[in-house]
Design a protein around this ligand. Structure first.
Ligand code: URA
Ligand code: SF4
Length: 244
């Protein structure tokens, strides 16, 4: 039997037509019967609902709100960050702080608007003090991202930063070279990887994390170049010159 969502704000991170769900209380089957949401919306809302009551790792206890992800369920492009920060934790939406504002500018360079894309993180709850994700947290939370990717079926997944690159590329069996115990984002940044995973095929492009560009002008330039290149790859996919 399905359990009811016990979150105080169950649908805070759900957009547009999902927000109707927040007003209705009851088992999901009933909510979908009433709202008439389709399979994709249903699958994404189920992930959000499970995230809202998840206790699979320690991070549930220190979060204010879960941040399951937000955006267009029919997106050709998904952006995957690391984990919610201070503002995301307060608002329940990904990339709403300073890094998010910069991400909006970067999206523009790729010819994209936020309303066209889906944005999620590897971890759905904020690590205290914005510390790095721990391996057991990534292992516990990753399956939610897997389900979001499997549902949305994007053509391109842009990995924002090393944790995202490491996780998403690992889905396709690509191991990102490790340096000093961490993942070297500079080794993979700007490359286009073909990922086959769970019966899906998509391209993955790792970039630096937008937050890194906020304080480092060199990385900012590289991020801007990276997003121009994302725009070119997207056009290539649409025109058929870049096969998936
Ligand atoms: N950084 C991330 O990786 N994700 C967010 O949602 C915000 C900042
Ligand atoms: Fe669950 Fe992920 Fe939050 Fe950990 S970070 S409690 S696995 S939703």
């Amino acid at each position: 039997m399905r359990r009811r969502c016990r979150s105080a704000r169950p649908c805070v991170a759900l957009s547009g037509r999902f927000s109707q769900l927040a007003k209705l209380k009851g088992p999901f089957e009933e909510l979908f019967r009433v709202t008439g949401l389709d399979e994709k919306a249903r699958a994404l809302a189920e992930v959000a609902e499970e995230v809202a009551r998840c206790r699979k790792c320690r991070l549930w206890s220190s979060r204010t709100n879960p941040v399951p992800g937000y955006g267009n369920q029919d997106a050709d492009v998904m952006f995957v960050g690391e984990a919610p920060g201070y503002n995301e934790d307060l608002e329940g939406k990904p990339f709403v702080g300073a890094a998010g504002k910069f991400l909006d500018q970067l999206l523009g360079l790729a010819g994209l608007r936020r309303s066209e894309v889906f944005i999620a993180n590897v971890l759905k709850c904020r690590p205290p003090g914005n510390r790095d994700p721990l391996p057991d947290e990534v292992e516990a939370c990753g399956p939610y991202l897997d389900r979001q990717i499997s549902t949305i079926r994007p053509k391109l997944v842009v990995c924002l930063g090393r944790y995202s690159a490491s996780y998403v590329l690992s889905r396709g069996g690509v191991r990102v070279r490790s340096r000093a115990g961490g993942t070297s984002i500079s080794a993979v940044r700007g490359q286009v990887f073909k990922v086959r995973f769970n019966g899906l095929e998509f391209l993955a492009m790792p970039t630096y994390h937008p937050a890194a560009g906020l304080y480092n002008p060199k990385l900012k330039d590289k991020l801007m170049e990276g997003f121009l290149s994302i725009g070119r790859v997207l056009r290539g996919i649409k025109e058929g010159s870049i096969p998936i």
